[in-house]
Design a protein. Structure first.
Length: 280
């Protein structure tokens, strides 16, 4: 369908109405974005998904948006899904879902609505939406816990080489969730996951994977116990997890603590290990 044949929710009149009502002293960064739309610096409808994300994730954080501004953002995502294709449209659906799921910037928190948008995003090709669905079903967040559905969504991502989905499949083998417990397979999946990661992937996935490998080397689970390898994995986990926490991913702080505690345990194990007698 041609863009000219699509009926869009967002137009200049609506943007101007929101801009005129906005408290510019309270929301200076938001006002600047709306002005850029009105003066033609931002093109409608081509840039709607990016603009909606900029408003939600960057402008005047962490202030709550007034209703008419939230409504404009929501319509931006709706329109972006009409004119974007594949992963771009999926990303807009996923991000709208995340705002409902988390109750972000004054959006009414509604996990069920968020999950419906995650499903749409996943079907449109969003890798993040697939991971979000996997996490929802894995932990029972907003839905009844269902390891079979979690495995389904993580498996799609793992098949496509997505590192977070891949290591979560490793977790399911390690814990025996929906599949028979197989720690050897879990260990191999974690190792394979590291090999497949790009530099960008490592920012979000390397820390958790190294932490898991550190635990397995330390306890001899899925691989022979090796305190030296465990120590190295825990050190690498700490490096990556510190960066994640510094970038605002507070949910990984407990993992960071575990990585530092793991180093202490691994160092103690090395000190207690018997010294091998050297032959002349």
């Amino acid at each position: 369908m041609r863009k000219s044949a699509i009926v869009f929710h967002v137009n200049m009149k609506k943007v101007k109405r929101v801009a005129d009502r906005l408290d510019r002293a309270e929301y200076p960064e938001t006002a600047e974005v709306l002005d850029a739309i009105l003066d033609g610096s931002v093109r409608l409808p081509d840039d709607l998904g990016e603009v909606a994300d900029e408003l939600m994730y960057e402008c005047d954080l962490p202030k709550i948006f007034p209703y008419d501004l939230r409504d404009l953002v929501k319509d931006m995502y709706f329109d972006a899904m009409k004119c974007e294709v594949n992963e771009d449209a999926g990303a807009s659906a996923n991000n709208l879902g995340a705002h409902y799921y988390n109750g972000a910037r004054g959006f009414e928190k509604n996990c069920k609505t968020g999950i419906l948008w995650y499903i749409k995003g996943a079907r449109l090709g969003s890798s993040v939406a697939r991971e979000n669905l996997g996490y929802c079903y894995y932990y029972g967040n907003g839905v009844e816990q269902d390891y079979e559905k979690a495995f389904k969504w993580f498996s799609i991502g793992a098949f496509l080489g997505e590192p977070v989905s891949t290591y979560k499949i490793g977790d399911m083998y390690r814990n025996g969730y929906h599949v028979d417990m197989d720690k050897n397979t879990a260990f191999l999946i974690y190792k394979r996951c590291l090999l497949l990661m790009s530099d960008e992937d490592r920012q979000d996935a390397a820390g958790p994977v190294y932490l898991r490998l550190g635990d397995m080397y330390y306890s001899g689970s899925g691989t022979p116990a090796d305190a030296r390898e465990a120590l190295e994995c825990y050190r690498l986990a700490q490096c990556y997890l510190e960066e994640m926490v510094e970038n605002g991913q507070e949910s990984y702080r407990s993992s960071l603590d575990r990585a530092m505690e793991g180093q202490i345990k691994a160092q103690e194990a090395l000190l207690q290990a018997p010294v091998k007698e050297q032959r002349p």
